[in-house]
Design a protein around this ligand. Structure first.
Ligand code: SAH
Length: 397
């Protein structure tokens, strides 16, 4: 019995442009009874076959395209081997250039594997499966990974609330090989970083900020740096390597700060040069402002403030607030390195928010450099939503 979805007239346009999402309102008719995540053939209104997709009966995004235009392509272990090999090939250059033992191997839709994120930390592959299709294909994916990386263990970190929308529950645990010997140490740009695969945020580390961390080094020599939302100290480590005289790392997570401290020690940075503060950044910035404490450089890398369009206005206020405060505690001529990982906030909107913050802080501010997510988080031309992380270096007069 064939499993098919037939699109509403005109709704084939985005599929023909190779966008992977098909929304429920774009589907005219379903043939057969595809199970949660099962593969279906996708047809245009005129009956033309377009490709294969995973069916998500509970989600607004009702189907996600696995492949376009190749009828013989089954969605099986070989398919996943091909996609994984392509993704690895795309990253080989930067892995060598930046000396990486930790990198994003599969960036979901951007690597042609909707709902599947895989980060490689040394000999561990950590998978996050977010869609019904990803879940349905789990065994094929694991088999493909074992084929491509026979020496690696595979661990699942699908503990994300968004799985509910797909009709899935949260899950973590070993998928293949050994349980992680904690912590796993990775290296990037000559810096060692300890990654907690089991309890860390997301899959353990924010690989996406690697290029921005690297760029940050040129702004910090002999400077006093405040690293807000430090997590395990990523930006702080690069700042110390770049010659900062002192770095204050601030975060609300004590386990993250403990790792940040051991990361600093592991890289040979000891003593008063590195400070670790368990503090709410919103409060801390106000305290510094009210006390008149000033910095040469402020790094502002908050968590995602907007998960949906409904949250975007509130997110804008949050970004404006912290960036205004950061400007207020910078010495004249100081540098603000500021980022937003909210995909719903595009670069222009983020730039406007920084401009508003400058007005409110009553400072003259120049954009001197722009940043984006690291190269192992590529954006496919067919899927602009894959571009989510942007940042600015600003000179604050
Ligand atoms: N810059 C980091 C990633 C930051 S992720 C890196 O390069 O690795 C965001 C961090 O913000 C998390 O560690 C989280 O614990 C922290 N956080 C969230 N809300 C906070 C708040 N109000 N004050 C301080 N830290 C906060």
């Amino acid at each position: 019995m064939s499993l098919e979805i037939h699109l509403v007239k005109g709704r084939d346009k985005s599929v023909r442009r190779k966008h992977p999402w098909i929304f429920s309102r774009g589907i005219a008719r379903v043939v057969g009874e595809p199970a949660l995540g099962e593969t279906v053939d996708v047809f245009a209104h005129n009956g033309e076959w377009l490709g294969k997709a995973a069916y998500s009966p509970h989600s607004q995004i009702r189907a996600r395209m696995w492949s376009f235009g190749d009828k013989k392509q089954n969605i099986d272990v070989d398919f996943f081997i091909q996609r994984v090999q392509q993704a690895q090939l795309l990253r080989d250059d930067i892995i060598e250039r930046d000396g990486l033992t930790g990198y994003r191997l599969i960036a979901a839709e951007s690597d042609g594997l909707p709902g599947i994120t895989i980060d490689k930390y040394d000999n561990f592959l950590v998978c996050q499966l977010l869609s019904a299709g990803a879940e349905f294909q789990k065994q094929a994916l694991v088999d493909a990974l074992v084929h491509c990386y026979p020496d690696c263990s595979i661990y699942e970190r699908s503990d994300v609330a968004i799985r509910k929308k797909e009709g899935l529950t949260e899950r973590t645990g070993v998928l293949h090989g050994d349980a992680p010997q904690q912590p796993v140490i990775i290296e990037e740009n000559g810096i060692k970083i300890s990654v907690d695969i089991i309890n860390g945020h997301k899959t353990g580390f924010y690989l996406d900020q690697r290029d921005s961390r690297n760029q940050a080094q040129k702004y910090v020599k002999d400077k006093e740096v405040l690293n807000c939302f430090s997590y395990t100290g990523g930006f702080g480590l690069y700042a110390l390597k770049g010659g900062a005289s002192r770095v204050i790392n601030a975060d609300v997570s004590q386990p993250a700060l403990d790792t940040a401290r051991s990361n600093a020690e592991m890289n040979g940075f000891k003593g008063k040069q590195a400070v670790f503060l368990n503090a709410d950044v919103f409060k801390l910035l106000r305290e510094y402002r009210d006390q008149g404490t000033k910095f040469d450089v402020v790094i502002m890398d908050p968590p995602k403030f907007a998960d949906s369009k409904a949250q975007l206005n509130g997110a804008c206020r949050g970004y404006k607030d912290i960036n205004m405060l950061a400007m207020q505690i910078l010495k004249p001529g100081g540098t603000l390195l500021t980022y937003s990982c909210s995909g719903l906030m595009d670069q222009n909107l983020f730039q406007k928010i920084i401009a508003d913050a400058a007005i409110d802080a009553n400072r003259s501010v120049k954009f001197v450099e722009r940043f984006e997510q690291a190269a192992d988080h590529p954006t496919d031309t067919a899927y602009p939503e894959g571009f989510y992380l942007k940042g600015f270096a600003c000179r604050v007069m």
